[in-house]
Design a protein around this ligand. Structure first.
Ligand code: ACO
Length: 432
C-alpha cells in the first residue's frame, strides 16, 4: 500500500460498539492502527505476546524491511555504509540522523578519543569479580557503575545527555578490553589516542606492558565493519529494554546496562557465541551437519540452528550477506583458512533447500557469519557478544535520546490478561 491508498481509519466492531481508529503511515508506507483510545472506549486491551504486532514508538533512526531484506540507517543503505563509511561516522549518523560535515566529524572523533580512560577506582570493580565470570555480566556491571562516577547523569538537559553519550561511546571499548584482561590475569592497558577506534580496541586487548601490539589494518578494518553492521537494528529486544528502562526516567548508563543484559541472551546477541559453539561441536565430530539439522527441526530436542531465523527478516538478513563475503575477504587477506566456514556454508546450504526452513522463511541472521570473523581477529568466543555490545552502543544511545525527546513517550507499562485464581479467602497455615 502507498500513502494514498492506505485507509485513513480502521473500523473496529466490538459488541454493539463501532470504533474508527486512526491509521498512521510511515515513510515507506508501513501502516499502524493507532489504538491509544481502545481501552478508554471499549474497556478492552490488545493481546500480543512478544509484541510482534505492536509499534511501540515512532522513530527516525533505522528502517528495516524484513520481507525484502532491507536495512537503512537514517535513509542510508547498510551496504553503502558498510563499504564507504566508518564506525565513528556511523555513530554520529545514528545520533543525529544526518551525516556529519568535516568539522563535526573531526570534533566528534576528538571527543570520542579523549574520553576513553576509566576512572582509576573503577578498575577495582573488575578485580572484585571472578575471572571466569561472563564478560557480558562484567560489562553490564561496569556500565551501570559509570553512573556512580557521573552522578549528574539524568535525562535532563541535551548538553548533559550529549556528554554522557560521548562517555559511553568512548569508554565501552575500554570496559570491554578490561573485562578481557581481567579474565586472563593480564594488566589493563590504557587506551592510545593515536589509534583509530577499532585499532585502539585491539591495542587494549592484545598489547601488554612488556610488548606493544601493532594493530593489523586488515583486522582493524574488519572490526570496524562488524561494528557498523551491529550499530542499530530498530526495536529489537535490547533496544526496547533500553527504551523501557529509560522511560522510567532512569539515566543513560543504567538504561544501557540493562540493554547489555538483554543482549546477552542466546536468542538475541548471545547467538554469535552459540553459533561458534555449534560449529565446533560439528567439527569435533559430536554430530554431522545433517544430524544436527535433523535435531534442529525437532521441537522437543531443545536444539535450534543458531544464527538462523529472525523476528522481522523473512528473507536473507542483509548484514549476513555482507558478513558472508567479509569472511572470504578477511580470511583471504590474512592468508588463513577456517574449517568452521565450510561447516557454516554446509549448514546454510542444507537449510536453504530443506522445506522446514524454507516454509518458515528461516535465513542466516547477522550472528551466523560474524563469529568466524571475530575468531579470525583472535577474539575469544566469550567476548563475541561484548563486541556486539560495542557496536550496538550508538544505536542504544540514539534510541534512548529519541525516547527522551518524544512528546508522546510515556512510561512503558503494558497490561496483562489475568488468568489466575478467582478471589478466595486466606487460610492460616495450620488449616491448609
Ligand atoms: N532453528 C530451528 N527452528 C527455528 C529457528 C531456528 N533457528 N528459528 C525459528 N524456528 C522455527 C520455530 O520453531 C517456529 O516453528 P513453528 O512455527 O513450527 O512453531 C518458527 O520457526 C517460528 O519461530 P519463532 O521462534 O516463533 O520466531 P520468533 O520470531 O519468535 O524468534 C528467533 C526469532 C528468536 C531469532 C528465532 O528464529 C531463533 O531462536 N533463532 C536462533 C537464535 C538466533 O540466531 N538469534 C539471533 C537473532 S538476531 C539477533 O538478535 C541479533
Amino acid at each position: 500500500m502507498t500513502h494514498d491508498t492506505v485507509p485513513k481509519t480502521a473500523k473496529l466492531t466490538f459488541g454493539d460498539q463501532e470504533l474508527d481508529l486512526p491509521v498512521l503511515v510511515g515513510t515507506a508506507g508501513e501502516t499502524a492502527i493507532d489504538i491509544r483510545q481502545l481501552r478508554a472506549k471499549t474497556g478492552a486491551v490488545t493481546y500480543d505476546p512478544g509484541l510482534g504486532n505492536t509499534g511501540a514508538c515512532q522513530s527516525k533512526i533505522t528502517f528495516l524491511d524484513g520481507e525484502q531484506g532491507v536495512l537503512r540507517y537514517a535513509g542510508y543503505p547498510i551496504e553503502e555504509l558498510a563499504h564507504q563509511s566508518h564506525f565513528v561516522e556511523v555513530m554520529w549518523l545514528l545520533l543525529h540522523q544526518e551525516l556529519p560535515n568535516k568539522q563535526q566529524l573531526e570534533q566528534f572523533t576528538h571527543d570520542i578519543t579523549y574520553h576513553t580512560m576509566l576512572h582509576e577506582d573503577l578498575k577495582r570493580l573488575f578485580s572484585s569479580l571472578p575471572k571466569d565470570g561472563h564478560p557480558m555480566a562484567v560489562c553490564a556491571a561496569a556500565v551501570g557503575a559509570l553512573s556512580t562516577y557521573y552522578q549528574k547523569a539524568a535525562p535532563n538537559t541535551p548538553e548533559q545527555n550529549w556528554i554522557d553519550a560521548i562517555r559511553l561511546l568512548a569508554k565501552m571499548p575500554t570496559i570491554a578490553a578490561y573485562s578481557y584482561k581481567h579474565s586472563i590475569g593480564q594488566p589493563f592497558m590504557y587506551p592510545r589516542n593515536d589509534l583509530s577506534y577499532a585499532a585502539n580496541i585491539m591495542h587494549m586487548m592484545y598489547a601488554t606492558p612488556c610488548e606493544e601490539y601493532e594493530p593489523n589494518p586488515v583486522m582493524a578494518r574488519a572490526l570496524d565493519l562488524l561494528l557498523i553492521l551491529h550499530a542499530d537494528h530498530e526495536q529489537n529486544c535490547s533496544t526496547s529494554t533500553v527504551r523501557t528502562v529509560g522511560s522510567s526516567g532512569a539515566n543513560l548508563f543504567a538504561s544501557v546496562s540493562a540493554g547489555i543484559s538483554a543482549l546477552w541472551g542466546p536468542l538475541h546477541g548471545g547467538a554469535n557465541q552459540a553459533v561458534i559453539e555449534m560449529l565446533l561441536s560439528i567439527r569435533e565430530g559430536r554430530r554431522t551437519a545433517r544430524e544436527f539439522m535433523e535435531l534442529a527441526k525437532k521441537k522437543d530436542s531443545g536444539v535450534r540452528l543458531m544464527g538462523f531465523g529472525h523476528r522481522v527478516y523473512k528473507n536473507y538478513d542483509p548484514r549476513a550477506l555482507i558478513l558472508k563475503q567479509a569472511c572470504y575477504d578477511v580470511l583471504g587477506e590474512l592468508g588463513r583458512k577456517d574449517p568452521l566456514l565450510d561447516i557454516a556454508l554446509e549448514l546454510e546450504q542444507i537449510a536453504l533447500s530443506d522445506s522446514y526452513f524454507v516454509e518458515r522463511k528461516l535465513y542466516p541472521n547477522v550472528d551466523f557469519y560474524s563469529g568466524i570473523i571475530y575468531k579470525a581477529l583472535g577474539i575469544p568466543t566469550e567476548l563475541f557478544t561484548v563486541f556486539f555490545a560495542i557496536g550496538r552502543m550508538p544505536g542504544w544511545i540514539a534510541q534512548w535520546l529519541e525516547y527522551n525527546r518524544d512528546s508522546e513517550a510515556r512510561i512503558t507499562r503494558p497490561r496483562q490478561i489475568y488468568m489466575g485464581s478467582a478471589p478466595r479467602t486466606y487460610a492460616p497455615v495450620e488449616g491448609r
